[in-house]
Design a protein around this ligand. Structure first.
Ligand SMILES: NC(=O)c1ccc[n+]([C@@H]2O[C@H](COP(=O)([O-])OP(=O)(O)OC[C@H]3O[C@@H](n4cnc5c(N)ncnc54)[C@H](OP(=O)(O)O)[C@@H]3O)[C@@H](O)[C@H]2O)c1
Length: 338
């Protein structure tokens, strides 16, 4: 099956070479309701066979559970995988979706040691600040992260949901390989400031939730009625109530383009994000999340789809019509602080 393998790209000027699509592993342990552990493990193996090398987790995903779950896979394939994890968000045990954000150096040190223990590896390939704690200067946070690079605990640095100004300040302290932020047909706010800054600085973009947390695939159309009580998407303004119905109607052009290519809407959503690399001139490595082998195959196959100018034009107006914010509190995203 080597002909199905995806191609590779360098993550930032000095970052690691990775498959052009990564795998988001969050849903294997957290956020989107229960997942089948055996099928998730099979999905990880299938992804690797198809050339996916960047695996995305965070200490916040199930309070460490996701890192622990991934550890056997990482250890079995240590030299083939690029392990990306994050610090910066925690939740009280009784409120799993409440967020406490911390970026202070002693906290970072405590987090990296805990992640290394759970992952059972000596070094993290890409260590991200998950969210910005505005009470700590970004220079101080990145200096503490750089210290971890010097000590050999971490290979490369990344930042999630930073503003363009925060990225510039960080890059002045230590090279940043990647910015991970939400980017999809539904969520394009980072195009205003963050994407141009990343391009200028030689930093790669790692779009998270490239399938709009599944909404762009048409697999659910209203979180209130279609998803379980434990599903995080029930807290998100654009997936509930009247917003959800209005947003579901926006998917028609995605279905039209999918029909023309004989592929799924999910594949068109992924092809669109990937094509932003060519449109905007910087490395872009989306990390769609799935817990299923068949979807790993479907999603990686989307790296071979090229959308025409007229198809891009048809998809262009969607994001500006989306009802509801990405998060209940938009300062949690870079656009809320730009
Ligand atoms: N930095 C951050 O703040 C942040 C925030 C959110 C996420 N992330 C990272 O980004 C990764 C991806 O984001 P995400 O999981 O939120 O959203 P996503 O990738 O946009 O969508 C994931 C959802 O789509 C479904 N799905 C995947 N492929 C599909 C297909 N081909 N057809 C139909 N449904 C499909 C998945 O369900 P199945 O499992 O059933 O396939 C899952 O419910 C996460 O795993 C996490 O690692 C980072």
């Amino acid at each position: 099956m080597t002909d199905n393998r995806i191609t590779t790209v360098r993550l930032g000027a000095d970052g690691p070479e990775v498959g052009v699509q990564g795998l988001g592993c969050m849903g294997m342990s957290w956020a989107y309701g229960p997942a089948d552990a055996g099928e998730s493990r099979a999905a990880l193996e299938r992804a690797l066979a198809l050339g996916v090398t960047l695996y995305d987790t965070a200490d916040a995903y199930g309070a460490g559970e996701n890192e622990t779950f991934l550890s056997p896979f990482f250890k079995a394939h240590r030299d083939e995988v690029v392990i990306a994890t994050k610090f910066g968000i925690s939740s009280p045990p009784e409120e799993p979706y409440k967020r406490i954000i911390r970026n202070d150096p002693p906290y970072i040190r405590q987090c990296v040691e805990a992640s290394l223990r759970r992952l059972e590896v000596d070094v993290i390939d890409l260590y991200y600040m998950h969210r910005r704690d505005v009470n700590v200067p970004i220079e101080e946070t990145v200096a503490a992260m750089a210290e971890l690079v010097r000590e050999g605990k971490v290979r490369h640095l990344g930042l999630s949901e930073v503003t363009a100004a925060e990225l510039r300040a960080a890059q002045a302290v230590h090279p940043i390989a990647a910015v991970q932020s939400e980017w999809s047909l539904f969520s394009r706010d980072i195009e205003a400031h963050v994407v141009p800054a990343a391009k200028e600085l030689g930093v790669a973009l790692v779009p998270y939730s490239p399938l709009g947390r599944g909404f762009l695939t048409g697999s659910f159309s209203n979180a209130d009625t279609d998803l379980t009580d434990q599903d995080f998407r029930r807290t998100m303004p654009r997936f509930t109530g009247e917003n959800a119905s209005a947003n579901a109607a926006l998917l028609e052009p995605v279905r039209t383009v999918a029909g023309a290519h004989g592929v799924s809407p999910a594949q068109i959503a992924l092809a669109w994000v990937r094509q932003q690399a060519a449109v905007r001139g910087l490395p872009v490595v989306p990390i769609p999340g799935t817990t299923k082998r068949s979807r790993v195959e479907e999603n990686t196959a989307a790296t071979r789809i090229v959308l025409s100018e007229s198809e891009l034009a048809l998809l262009e107006p969607i994001a500006s019509k989306v009802a509801g914010d990405r998060y209940p509190d938009m300062t949690f995203a870079s656009a809320g602080r730009e």
